[in-house]
Design a protein around this ligand. Sequence first.
Ligand SMILES: Nc1ncnc2c1ncn2[C@@H]1O[C@H](COP(=O)(O)OP(=O)(O)OP(=O)(O)O)[C@@H](O)[C@H]1O
Length: 338
Amino acid sequence: MLEEPVGAGATTPGAEQPGSALELAGLHKAYGPVRAVDGVDLEVRRREIVAMLGPNGAGKSTINEMITGLVQPDSGRLSVLGRQPRVAVAEGRVGAMLQAGALLHDATTRDVLRLMHGLHRHPLPLDEVIERAELGDFLKTKSDKLSGGQAQRLRYALAIMPDPELLILDEPTVGMDVEVRRQFWASMRDFAADGRTVLFATHYLEEADEMADRIVVLNTGRVVADGTGAEIKSRVTGRVITVSPADVPAAELAALPAATGTERVGSRIKIKTADSDLTLRAMVQRYPQVCDIEVGSARLEDAFLALTGNQDQPEQDHLPIDDQRVDRTANQFSRSLR
Ligand SMILES: Nc1ncnc2c1ncn2[C@@H]1O[C@H](COP(=O)(O)OP(=O)(O)OP(=O)(O)O)[C@@H](O)[C@H]1O
């Protein structure tokens, strides 16, 4: 395995280095009967921004936990910046913002930042971290008094602090309002712009579509799609006709020629169709009272649902949820820096 000297003070960590940022091959992790990660192959090139999308329980967090060395795979190969995950983390090459990672409860934001700053080998200057995470107004606030969005900013600060080559973000914008979310992504983009690699998990499809170079869709521990947002959308053929149905029942619209389903959105109905011309002609002829007709192409959401919603796979048994998992993994990650 490649061993590189730790480049203290490098301004663009890892940007010009050869090789992949991440290589996952035949990766498996099971919890009892639950196949959390079930044979994942994934390569992330350096400088790529990749989104992981998937429904609850798809395996996104487990993949992040394996990449950050908190969870050991049962089998398969996993290389992080050409190293074992724990080595890459200990060298300060990986920054992670894990789901609801624990923050020291009785400490102020400034205390948390200072304490963690002391654990890294070649961290970013503290002022820069505070500025990038926009934490200046909350330095005296105790971490358990931060709002959900402010706590996420503190977690983001801790993730970028080691000046990492690879940033792992697990649902980073949960709890952020629209404006804070926009600022967060602007900051993240700016941070990534000089050659860092970012892998983030999200449930917000538009976030994945806008922010990522590439989207990996997971379902029941497997990769079910991998490509740009446009490539993934193009896998869902057909169009969507949105109408105000007047008195026409949705079931009748769903039975129109070429229609493949309907969905009610407020007072309107979306008709999915494999041939919008055919559906539209029949609809106007049969139900002239239908109005406000719009025809659009498939959205990422449609592709996502088609890829993950209708899979004919057996339900996996679920083990009791380990309530302490989140706090435990975040604390382990901090310890692995020492
Ligand atoms: N420590 C654990 N103990 C038991 N089961 C676990 C554990 N960690 C994960 N699982 C199970 O593994 C599966 C994958 O979970 P994971 O958290 O990786 O999914 P996810 O895609 O991140 O989901 P979400 O979007 O809800 O965060 C789920 O069925 C989950 O219950």
